[in-house]
Write a protein that binds this ligand. Structure first.
Ligand SMILES: Nc1ncnc2c1ncn2[C@@H]1O[C@H](COP(=O)(O)OP(=O)(O)OP(=O)(O)O)[C@@H](O)[C@H]1O
Length: 303
């Protein structure tokens, strides 16, 4: 008997795209799974649908959408062992990129069909699910600026354009107090604080440390204090390099630490982006949940 899989779909802006994609997904997955399909709406979240799927005895849960959808669905699967499939359909698809899950629809379905899974950490940020990262300050302001229209027109480039604009306008520093299970630090002139569970190299501000690993039971915290465009340009270059080669950034204005539990306060309060979606403002409290999500990944992925 085929396994029962729940497919949670965040519809694309254009309805015919969603219909076409669903035909392709069904053609790929239905020979293997008894597929139950549910759509998210502004009122019914991926999180609610995934919880329902678990209650109904889902043997596999699959999320098709952007990072917000994937993260919300993943929360319902924490510590359940139910394998989780990701069909990346958003703008950045950072979680899929981190796990080397292809953005091509058929290739992403192939990864699910191949059945190879990997246990990764998740986290809760103010009790909301986090599979990727929480960005405080610069990154949140960038995401705020990349509106839906720009994303529809330019795709991932919209984030880069918004980032360049934000960078050019200048970064307003803020005071931040970071408290972990083993240390407390106060930084007077921070411009961005990023707490990452996982992050592809393109999530530049997350890469102050020696590699961001989603299966080490720890969160990676990078704090930048960049007071000029020149300082910013130098730091971003080193952070980008670190994202690809996993060498820590050794600059006075880039601090990094690792912890399992972290509290962050800022003065004044700063906007926070959580897994690609705005979530409010600081303070935040983030707790890593080690080895809690079983994700379908390509056989050859290195994480
Ligand atoms: N049917 C829908 N119509 C409009 N908004 C929706 C719908 N379903 C979910 N949402 C909202 O979409 C957000 C999650 O979107 P998600 O990040 O997964 O995808 P995206 O916005 O398409 O991708 P990206 O953020 O990468 O551009 C949530 O805020 C959710 O409330």
């Amino acid at each position: 008997m085929s396994r029962s899989a729940y497919l949670i779909v965040k519809p694309a802006t254009k309805q015919h795209e969603t219909e076409q994609e669903l035909i392709e997904i069904r053609a790929m997955l239905e020979p293997e799974f008894n597929l139950n399909v549910y759509f998210t709406t502004p009122e019914v979240s991926a999180n609610q649908l995934a919880h329902q799927a678990v209650e109904n005895g889902a043997e596999v849960v699959i999320a098709s959408g952007g990072d917000g959808t994937v993260s919300a669905a993943a929360e319902a699967l924490i510590n359940t062992d139910i394998p989780f499939g990701v069909i990346p359909r958003g703008t950045a698809n950072a979680f899929a990129a981190y796990l080397s899950i292809p953005s091509d629809l058929k290739a992403a379905c192939q990864v699910i069909l191949a059945g190879n899974t990997h246990l990764v950490d998740t986290a809760l940020c103010n009790n909301r699910p986090m599979v990727l990262l929480a960005g405080i300050g610069f990154e949140a302001k960038t995401i705020e600026q990349a509106d839906t229209e720009a994303k529809n027109r330019f795709g991932a480039l919209a984030y880069i354009l918004a980032g360049v604009k934000q960078f050019w306008q200048g970064m307003t520093p803020f005071e931040t107090r970071v408290e972990t299970e083993s240390q407390t630090a106060t930084i007077q002139q921070a411009t961005a604080v990023t707490v990452a569970n996982s992050a592809p190299p393109t999530s530049v501000l997350a890469h102050g440390t020696t590699g961001v690993y989603a299966d080490d039971g720890l969160l990676d915290i990078t704090i930048t204090s960049l007071q000029s465009r020149l300082e910013g340009a130098i730091a971003l270059y080193h952070l980008l390099k670190s994202g690809f080669n996993d060498n820590a950034v050794e600059l006075d204005n880039v601090n990094h630490l690792r912890a399992r539990h972290i509290k962050i306060n800022t003065e004044p309060p700063q906007p926070v982006v959580l897994d690609g979606n705005m979530m409010g403002t600081t303070p935040v409290e983030i707790e890593c949940i080690p080895n809690s999500l079983n994700v379908f990944v390509p056989n050859n992925q290195k994480n």
